[in-house]
Design a protein around this ligand. Structure first.
Ligand SMILES: Cc1ncc(COP(=O)(O)O)c(C=O)c1O
Length: 391
């Protein structure tokens, strides 16, 4: 008997429900247009908000770092994997976010897995927005803390839930800053008020806020001018920064503590010098000019206005993350396939990334798109939307 037979059954079930994830292979650099299966397509799926993933300054910084430091870190950060570049990036990120310190990890996912179990344990409670990212959910699971989910972006529900809890050692409120599948922004000022009322620690995942919100893309805390009122800011270098890596920003005491307790920092090898150098160049480029952030927002208004005029439901987005709500997973899959045939790469997002029955095409806008690209894309969406009777 084949002990792994269940895998075939599970995969069949996913296929039947239209939930099998299609992994496309990209042949070349990221940009507004990319090559997939030998075909040039308009890229509406990457988190390359500012075009940094193929930016000449970032690439040249990486090439220089390889010449100086080689290609591999050869150790975890605490043993022999910390280079002067890692230190420089951490100083620059702290300056960029307006805090005392930052500590970097291999990815945003790792940053969440590092920080949550270091801050809370089984005596504690996490108050978590019900739509928080999977890496927050997994960080909470690893911590063994009890998790109380509050209604999405609802500070009143958060207040009621936190009020009902008594005699807890530590409380932490964790929220995505920008919700990655909806594009809406957490009500962080109201969350900070609740936290102060109940002496809870606050943590925000700014993965989709950096490079997008705040002055020159400094993120959600800067956007709401909440400096000093949010205890833990988590960020990623894999979206607007165009590279890879994650970090936690906050007080020096917090980052010193995570260097002792953050398990991915202690037990998984460091990010390569080439990646770190590109991240430094990304922060420098953002500090030098907000032109790309402005362009990203111009593109966002332009495309979202067009899509709303056509009659698409864009949910509650307030950012460049643009969900085109469809509902049925199969229909959403067909929509994405038909777009691809036209020459548009816009991935479908279904269960379990979003709740069952809430499938959507998620369009990610970028400063690299031209108005011509976006006008053409909206026309294709309209044609297919009418054909599939979504409009
Ligand atoms: C809200 C949020 N947090 C964390 C992550 C993980 O970041 P990374 O891709 O750097 O691991 C993502 C990326 O998908 C995200 O959208």
């Amino acid at each position: 008997m084949d002990k792994l037979n269940f895998i075939t059954e599970e995969l069949d079930k996913l296929e039947e429900a239209g939930l099998l994830v299609q992994v496309r292979t990209i042949e070349g650099p990221q940009g507004a247009w990319i090559i997939i299966d030998g075909k040039k397509v308009l890229n509406l799926s990457s988190n390359n908000y500012l075009g940094f993933a193929n930016n000449p300054e970032l690439k040249s910084a990486s090439q220089k770092a390889i010449e100086t430091y080689g290609v591999g870190p050869a150790a975890v950060r605490t043993i022999a994997g910390t280079t002067s570049l890692h230190r420089e990036l951490e100083r620059k990120l702290a300056h960029f976010k307006g805090v005392e310190g930052s500590i970097t990890f291999q990815s945003g996912f790792c940053a969440n897995l590092a920080v949550i179990p270091a801050i809370v344990g089984k005596e504690d409670v996490v108050f978590s927005d019900e739509l928080n990212h999977a890496s927050i959910i997994d960080g909470c699971r690893l911590s063994k803390a009890r998790v109380v989910r509050y209604e999405h972006c609802n500070p009143e529900d958060l207040r009621a839930k936190i009020h009902a809890e008594k005699d807890i050692r530590r409380k932490i409120i964790i929220t995505d800053g920008v919700f990655s599948m909806e594009g809406d922004v957490a009500p962080l000022p109201e969350i900070a008020n609740v936290a102060e009322e109940y002496e809870a620690i606050t943590m925000v995942d700014d993965a989709h806020g950096e490079g997008v919100l705040g002055r020159s893309g400094r993120g959600i805390v800067d956007h709401f001018n909440l400096h000093g009122r949010i205890d833990i800011e988590m960020g990623t270098m894999s979206k607007a920064f165009g590279v890879v890596g994650g970090y936690i920003a906050g007080t020096k005491r917090l980052t010193d503590y995570l260097a002792q307790k953050g398990r991915p920092f202690l037990f998984s090898s460091a990010v390569t010098a080439a990646d770190v150098a590109a991240c430094i160049a990304a922060v420098d480029t953002l500090i030098a000019s907000d032109a790309l952030v402005k362009r990203l927002w111009e593109n966002t208004s332009f495309f979202q206005e067009k899509m709303k005029q056509i009659g698409f439901n864009l949910g509650r987005t307030e950012t460049p993350i643009t969900p085109i709500m469809i509902g049925d997973a199969k229909k959403a899959g067909d929509f994405s396939q038909m777009l691809f045939k036209e020459g548009i790469f816009a991935q479908v997002i279904g269960y379990p990334t979003v709740p069952m029955g809430k499938a959507r095409i998620r369009v990610m806008l970028s400063a690299t798109h031209s108005e011509e690209d976006l006008t053409w894309a909206a026309e294709c969406f309209e044609k297919i939307g009418k054909f599939l009777k979504i409009l």
